[in-house]
Design a protein around this ligand. Sequence first.
Ligand SMILES: *Cc1c(COP(=O)(O)O)cnc(C)c1O
Length: 389
Amino acid sequence: MWHELCRQLQALEEKTQKRKLVRTESAGAWATINGTTMLNLASNNYLGLANDKRIIEAGVQAARTYGAGATASRLIVGNCPLYEEVETAVAKWKGSEAALVINSGYNANVGIISALAGRDGVVFSDKLNHASIIDGAILSRAEVKRYRHNDIDHLEELLRKTDERKRKIIVTDTVFSMDGDVAPLRALVELKKKYNAWLMIDEAHASGVYGEKGEGLAHHVGVSEHVDIHIGTFSKALGVFGAYVAGSRTLIDYLVNHMRPLIFTTALPPAVLGSIQAAVAIVQEEKERRAQLRELSAYFRNTLKELGFNIGASETHIVPIIIGDNERAVRFSEQLQASGIAAVAIRPPTVPEGSARIRFSLMATMTKQQLDWALESIVRAGRAMGVIG
Ligand SMILES: *Cc1c(COP(=O)(O)O)cnc(C)c1O
């Protein structure tokens, strides 16, 4: 039995797809990886809040008040008072009737899709959606129809061919995690109305980053009230952990009664809730973080493009350099790491075969000087490897 697993690991090694865990300490713009300090262009700490003193202190205080662990699931005796406070704050922030805090973004997607779709439903999912959406759709036992990435015509064709009596859920990331491009939300809203479907959006990479108060891309675009199910995480731009779903009171009550990753798991530790509460307040107020991130991202993208790199359709703070071949992508990232830049090669199955890439993500607390310094090394590595001329 172990022999077979070893063989499979070897096969991964041969395709340069074997991964391993690397010791990492990350604090703000810099990370220490295997003992070497590097500019951290690989984290999801987009607003630089993960090591914010106020957010850390709020967590410490919550642990002192309520203990280290929740002691039970939320429906038993784990529903610490901070839950209600955070959920009220999130609903207000998102402009929705109600909200629910969930243990992670992964659990949110798996739990919500499987609770809502049901065996007779149909889930329409963008081909580049996050793995947790795919897993939720599979677990729901609903029929899953995957549409070509951001292809509204393809989605409409699939909707048209679906029995109109069936429950239909369209699910999409708003900012795509490996490409840094954005979903066509206005067109999706039109389709969901035309075909009487629910629209569920995952703002994992947009919460805190887009919208006047960091509500997300749907607010930025002005379609939030037409979205039935809003999901976002506290684990990326908000710098903490956990996720939320926002929507109608009925939706939230239904999930409390049907969502297995909420019912059958221990509630979040109070420290996490305390930190989330502080982060939700800070993210709404400190608009300059969003502005700085936007400016740095545009600068980084434009410079790479001018230098001749293929950054795909990125228009956000997530910027890939698409290389293609796995081994070249890995070598590129090794060269960057050797010159003090943490940027990770992303390979299949995380991205489609033949589209291995380096994924860069920016942080509001970085400086333009730091980016210029990184860009020099990126250019050097890119020329040495023939990625650019
Ligand atoms: C990161 C991510 C998740 C998972 O969130 P976690 O809180 O890390 O579990 C879900 N959806 C998308 C689009 C993500 O990028």
